[in-house]
Design a protein around this ligand. Sequence first.
Ligand code: SF4
Ligand code: SF4
Length: 168
Amino acid sequence: MKVKHLKKWKNELITCTMCGYCKNVCPTFLDIGWDSGSARGRNVLAYGMLTEELEPDEVAALRLYQCTLCLDCLRRCPSKVNVPEIVEAARADIVDAGLATAAQKEMIDTVKQAGNIYGTTETRVPPQEGDITLFLGLEHLFSHFLHFLLHFLRLLCTQNFLIDQTHY
Ligand code: SF4
Ligand code: SF4
């Protein structure tokens, strides 16, 4: 399997000394009990994918998806290896390879059908296509900033600028 997103993390991956300081703080390792369910184990999986020595299967994908991205490994790592970012890059490559989980595939289908992750058809905005999606959300918390931001975006965008609101 060719990787794309993991390539930029090669230096970080070879910086990992396998010291294991990240291991006993990793909540998924404490639950799973196997090294592949720990931060350094995920480094090994990612390195194997990067060097093409490992063809990830559903179990390897699951171990990478099980990371909670809690950042505790990064906080503990003496070499400051950014395991959470490495995990995210590995996940992106795994999705590109079609190894999404059943739950993820179901969510993708839901978004395609309903235009949102909840499967509700109550939204007023039909599914749109574009280069960039900007979810602003929680307007009531920062309405002044939101209006300023929308005004600024309108000035920048000369075409295909869609704005609408969804209420639940
Ligand atoms: S603490 Fe850092 S260097 Fe040590 S095993 Fe974990 S990621 Fe690798
Ligand atoms: S970010 Fe992931 S790998 Fe790191 S400690 Fe948390 S669950 Fe473990």
